[in-house]
Design a protein around this ligand. Structure first.
Ligand SMILES: [Zn+2]
Length: 244
């Protein structure tokens, strides 16, 4: 018998009476659990809940078998639907990336803190999502410093981004002969990038619209693809953007 702590990220009905739960755990990264007969039990099993799980080792198809569970924390309620969408986006992100077993607890702690933080956020939850993305980049060894010009290495507010995700400052942009590879960042996008590490203090004051939301989503996802050699598509991020 194995004990682990985890948050259910997906719950899929399976046969007449069972579920398959996708779970991010503290010590095993992402695992799948079959909860046999659980749909007919009085005891609920819910997404966005953190549980202590009692499991037996997988026999078939890599599925752990659920024996018992005990609720630790409910991460399923948020002040409004846009914050809830931000929580969904964070869960989907954690589900999509490859988490090394040795770092499972760091990623788990990040998700847990992210969801807990969002439960108190009523405005601009997407800013917290971008901050989480920035933290994940760091954990993955992708060096994304939103306050640094990648060309002259000056601490500044970058004004443009290249095709391969490098950020450059105003001076560097002016010195270049050929700038067609660079897209200029809007002033709001510049401000968000500069403030991102402390963005929690600016949730009420930053004004986002659809264009800036898409600009920043594309910027982060492009940066990820160019440094990770694979694209990252998050359905829930498109849903989240609809709120802006
Ligand atoms: Zn520069």
């Amino acid at each position: 018998m194995i004990k682990t702590t985890g948050i259910i990220t997906e719950l899929i009905p399976y046969s007449e009476s069972s579920y398959i739960a996708k779970v991010i755990t503290y010590d095993k990264a992402q695992i799948s659990i079959i909860a046999k007969g659980w749909r007919k039990k009085n005891e609920p099993i819910l997404r966005f809940f953190e549980y202590d799980f009692c499991l037996s080792e997988p026999k078939e198809e890599g599925l752990y078998i659920l024996k018992e569970l005990c609720v630790i924390k409910d991460f399923s309620s948020y002040p409004n639907s846009s914050t809830w969408a931000a929580a969904e986006a964070g869960m989907e992100l954690i589900n999509k990336i490859i988490i090394p077993l040795s770092e499972a607890k760091d990623y788990y702690t990040l998700l847990r803190e992210y969801l807990g933080y969002l439960q108190k956020v009523s405005k601009n939850g997407i800013l917290i999502f971008w901050r989480m993305l920035l933290r994940i980049f760091k954990m993955m060894g992708i060096n994304f410093d939103p306050e640094l010009c990648d060309r002259c290495q000056c601490l500044t507010s970058p004004v443009a981004m290249g095709h391969n995700g490098d950020l450059i400052c105003q001076n560097c942009l002016q010195e270049m002969f050929d700038t067609h590879e660079y897209r200029t960042l809007s002033s709001t996008a510049q401000r968000v990038l500069t403030l991102l590490p402390q963005i929690g203090n600016y949730l009420e004051t930053i004004k986002l619209d659809r264009a800036v939301t898409e600009e920043l989503n594309n910027l982060f996802l492009d940066y990820y693809s160019s440094h990770n050699k694979q694209t990252l598509k998050l359905k829930s991020l498109s849903v989240l953007s609809q709120f802006y």
